[in-house]
Design a protein around this ligand. Sequence first.
Ligand code: BGC
Length: 265
Amino acid sequence: MRLDGKVALVTGSSQGIGQGIVLCLAQAGANVVINYRSHPEGAEETLAKVEAIGANCHLACCPQSYGYTLQANLGSVDEIRQLIAESIKHFGKLDILVNNAGIEKHAAFWDVTEADYDAVMNVNLKGVFFATQIFVQHLIETKRTGKIINISSVHEELPFPNFTAYCASKGGMKMLTRNLAVELGALGITINNVAPGAIETPINTKLLNNPEKLGALLQNIPLGRLGQPQDVASLVKFLASAEADYITGSTFFVDGGLLWNYQEQ
Ligand code: BGC
């Protein structure tokens, strides 16, 4: 499964799942734009890892991939426009968009502030909407097909008390994907969701440092462990490849069985 000659933009890729996706796509031969909001050092680390893959890649059958870091806040449509324009300027085009950047805020429903609601919705849903729109405009202008992969969550289906804005954003992402699969199909553009469960990343730091909560969560995961970014990234790589050309409008869960694990005590 190779992505040689393809260019991918992975939003929010200075750490966690986004970083794992960048590395997996680069290993498959894609050139990658590494986007970060507030962790330039994480973006540099991701870039160094991409370059290390390149350094090991001296065979003719395995062309070198290149990385490029760009700062942008996905909560701002102006910044998204600039991010995509600069990605295209640097690599000449974009073929794959991975809408990975996402945030969550913990609060009881009755305590959620307007600022926190807006922050979550702007990055997780409005940002995805407009990044996808600007990417599609680029594909139309250059008369090419492309692939969109959204990093959703089990919480596009599963309630998550104290994270209502987050759940609403992921539920919105589910319908955005279904709608666009229909609207973009005639253009040969596919769009799918990858929905992780509990993955060991910085978004989960508090949970990982709380043995009691972590133990309870592990009880709910049939496969008995947290996921790793690589578990998510390998599916993204598949959906970005030509092998997935006939797949659009679907959600794929990567959750160790968490979503369907109801047990009567
Ligand atoms: C959330 C994590 C949570 C996991 C499983 C993810 O979407 O970002 O905070 O632990 O779902 O509930």
